[in-house]
Design a binder for this molecule. Structure first.
Ligand code: ATP
Ligand code: MG
Length: 206
């Protein structure tokens, strides 16, 4: 009898493990029977929350779906996604909190007024089933700072059209939002270039 070479034994073992894994995944695919929109919450301290949300926007646009994007924070500068979506994608309704809340503002009353005005743009979108996907970027901070009533947000998310998916991004956000979400991912910071003194990169960070 010829002995298997170690590399052959290893690849046979790998193949069997992969087959087992595939059988498990196939079974889960078979078992998933519910068809509806999902609520995805992207949180945590690492980089990748908003960029992941915009990745989903691109997916939805690939199928010609209508998308709503509302950003609850005014960036230091215009972002590439804002420029692109506003200029090139008529299927995307893009709204940003324009004035008010930035990391620099200290005026709570004007922040609340800006948050309310922005939320007023969100409510009709969350009632309109022509939107396949809605991104509520940095919404968690509005709950964390109690700028918006948490229950109002939860109710609007709960009562949205059945086939509409929503992505909420931002750190924190609280347990009620997590409980309501179908998918919650926490992006953990292992390293960030900024901490090594590297400036935020155009086309990568904004
Ligand atoms: P991105 O928009 O790049 O996906 P994010 O949405 O996960 O980032 P935010 O907290 O919204 O993170 O921060 C937006 C900006 O801050 C981006 O320019 C991002 O690169 C930067 N950033 C994100 N996480 C960190 C971090 N841990 N330390 C420093 N800067 C960060
Ligand atoms: Mg973000």
């Amino acid at each position: 009898m010829t002995e298997k070479k170690p590399s052959e034994a290893k690849s046979g073992k790998h193949k069997r493990a992969m087959q087992k894994q595939k059988a498990k995944v196939d079974q889960r695919i078979e078992e998933a029977s519910e068809e509806r929109g999902v609520f995805v919450l992207l949180t945590g301290n690492g980089k990748g929350k908003s960029s992941s949300a915009f990745g989903m926007v691109m997916r939805a646009l690939g199928y010609g779906y209508k998308v709503g994007v509302v950003q609850f924070i005014k960036g230091q500068q215009l972002s590439g996604e804002e420029i692109y979506l506003r200029d090139q994608c008529p299927q995307v309704d893009f709204h940003q909190m324009g004035t008010g809340f930035t990391w620099n503002t200290q005026d709570r009353d004007s922040d609340i007024a800006a948050a309310e005005a922005t939320w007023a743009k969100v409510e009709p979108v969350l009632k309109d089933d022509s939107y396949h996907l809605v991104v509520l970027d940095e919404l968690t901070y509005m709950i964390a700072y109690q700028y918006l009533d948490e229950n109002r947000i939860l109710e609007a998310l709960k009562n949205r059209p059945k086939n509409q998916s929503v992505v909420v991004t931002g750190r924190g956000g609280g347990s009620a939002l997590q409980a309501l979400a179908d998918t919650v991912s926490e992006i953990k910071e292992i390293k960030h270039a900024f901490k090594a003194g590297i400036k935020a990169r155009k086309g990568v960070d904004y």
